[in-house]
Design a protein around this ligand. Structure first.
Ligand SMILES: [Mg+2]
Length: 238
């Protein structure tokens, strides 16, 4: 554990989800492999060339609708709709199939076990602090069982801009019923979590499992606290 600033009083804790409360890297890699295979083998998509280059479609969609950067679920559904359209489906059918495959993707990317130690730590912290989860991703918190530990899980999208924009942080402070300065935000990303939370007026804790900043070139602002594991958070907060 390393402290760069002395923490002030903490009355609520917010958490990022991916790579903060579980290792998301293998989870998302497996889900993306499923997605690529599902596109390549889909019986309705045989005539579409675009099915083999979803990255290109993504760039096209974002050029047209840059606001979808803030909503990974709608973005994926739009990409898939374009691919189904390219395969010759009618617009309404393409949209339906795109949404269906997006829902399946979310199921696949949410079909993993969160470490029981994480649940135990959240349970302990939750006895003392209001806890709120903030995520730019689309893991299903109900399916993974993590939603029950939080007062709310606020996901980017649906009009809420993704972190580091202030939207999720401001909503969390309102939900917790405390001033932003009384919140400790815990996350793994130097920009979306640390810079975003600091700009929103919160205190910040960065989780670095190897003890070092994983991507030092992206660290523009030192967090108040650096921890290697969630267990260390208990030492600080309980
Ligand atoms: Mg993260």
């Amino acid at each position: 554990m390393r402290s760069y600033r002395t923490l002030g009083p903490v009355r609520a804790v917010t958490f990022d989800l991916d790579d903060t409360l579980y290792d998301n890297t293998p989870v998302i890699a497996a889900a993306e492999s499923w997605y690529e295979a599902a596109l390549a083998c889909h019986p309705m998509l045989r005539s579409s060339e675009l099915r083999l280059c979803p990255g290109r479609v993504r760039r096209m969609v974002l050029r047209e609708f840059p606001e979808l950067e803030h909503d990974v679920t709608l973005l994926r559904a739009e990409i898939l709709t374009r691919i189904f359209l390219d395969a010759g489906l009618a617009p309404a059918d393409a949209r339906r199939e795109g949404e269906l495959m997006t829902r399946r993707f979310i199921q696949v990317r949410s079909a993993f076990r969160i470490p029981p130690e994480t649940f135990a730590i959240l349970r302990n912290l939750g006895r003392r602090y209001p806890l709120v989860a903030l995520s730019n991703g689309n893991m299903d918190p109900v399916r993974t069982g993590i939603s029950s530990f939080f007062r709310s899980c606020i996901m980017a999208g649906g009009g809420r801009r993704a972190k580091p924009a202030p939207d999720l942080f401001a909503q969390a402070a309102a939900l917790a019923g405390v001033e932003p300065g009384q919140i400790l935000h815990v996350g793994d990303d130097p920009e979306t979590d640390i810079l975003g939370a600091r700009n929103a007026g919160m205190q910040t804790c960065m989780i670095c499992p190897r003890g070092l900043f994983c991507r030092p070139e992206r660290v523009r602002l030192l967090p108040d606290l650096v921890i290697r594991s969630l267990k260390e958070l208990e030492l600080v907060l309980l």
